[in-house]
Design a protein around this ligand. Sequence first.
Ligand code: HEC
Ligand code: HEC
Length: 353
Amino acid sequence: MDFKNIPEERKIQFARLMGGMSRTVQQFLFALFAVGLIVSMDYLVPAKSTFLEVEEAIPDVPWDFKIFEDVDADRPATNELVSYGRRLIMETADYIGPKSSKPFAGNNLDCNSCHLDGGTKPFAAPFVTVPSQFPQFRGRENKEGTLYERINGCMQRSMNGRPLPEDSQELEAMVAYMEWLSFDKPRGNKVRGNKFLPIEYPDRQVDLKRGEEVYAMHCASCHGSDGQGERNIESYTYLYPPLWGPDSYNHGAGMHRVLTAAQFIKGNMPLGTTADEPLLSDEEAYDVAGYINSFTRPLKLNPENDFPDKKLKPLSTPYGPWADSFSQEQHKYGPYGEMAAYYQAKYNLKKTK
Ligand code: HEC
Ligand code: HEC
């Protein structure tokens, strides 16, 4: 899908719409909007302190993710920064990948490899409304973090690289793009599908044998039986990204957690799958998530510093230390039922991944 950025046009359309209405209608709409905002804020937005990774707050606010459909591909982009942001997200490897002129990422994945459709696909951790949710409490660092820091979290883990400088045009551009995606959406609200599709994981260990079968049947055709994917021609980017090995996300990445990967896979893979009509069962997603994460991949430096408050560590974080005495094997492959029960009983924490 070709992208040309049109925030100006969209704003003008909106202004025209409003201009065509009488003052009373405008005021009425505004009041309605304000009331709606207050009501939805009350019900939908958890207090800032509860924005924990372990929480699933997915209020049912519908949003139109097909916002690029009416974009005129022949019109030049009107906002260079937004357009650069979009390209950075779609073709990350060409701009900041290890072989590019600004080698900040350590692998050749694109942000779009996981934040599908340029960060507009529901249940693929979309970027829509994300800017207004920051600063946000992050368990991994145990402090309020900015959106720049969050992006750099993915840079150092999912992209196995270095943080982009705080004053870089790249960070500015990515955030401009995320803002652009969000500008007509309710601010501060989480939207439906804002993370991944929650699954009911089976209360047993991952079955790697079954995972391998699911992989062979539903994944290998694109990602390869060796999991190394396939490159695009004349680009550093991938047509099908690798799922393990040296050019994949590192072991500190969210996708390396079986429960997080299972949620992503269930709602999005094989490519084309939507959360409304998943192809895999929860069990299949769970087993294949364990399977792809059973292979070697780059190691994140100093992983022991993650989650200074260890009890906030997601259950399937496969590296210690933890605030419990379950084995490393059990953290990596489950079963997670008794672990979840432990955190519920001991710390009153409801962990879903
Ligand atoms: C290997 C997969 C992967 C890649 C590649 C990746 N991310 Fe992420 N990203 C994730 C996961 C997993 C999460 C956590 C989602 C959750 O909280 O459930 C995440 C979360 C985020 C968030 C927070 C979203 C929110 O809803 O709070 C931002 C912002 C983000 N990523 C930006 C980026 C950017 C920018 C890039 C490219 C430089 C990138 N990511 C590359 C997997 C990835
Ligand atoms: C039809 C091709 C296709 C199939 C089949 C497919 N994928 Fe993917 N997968 C992709 C593409 C393409 C992306 C990156 C998104 C993009 O470029 O739009 C991706 C991204 C991913 C990612 C995140 C990026 C990364 O490199 O880690 C994971 C994990 C993943 N797929 C797992 C699976 C699993 C597990 C299966 C089988 C259940 C599967 N895929 C089946 C094409 C496919």
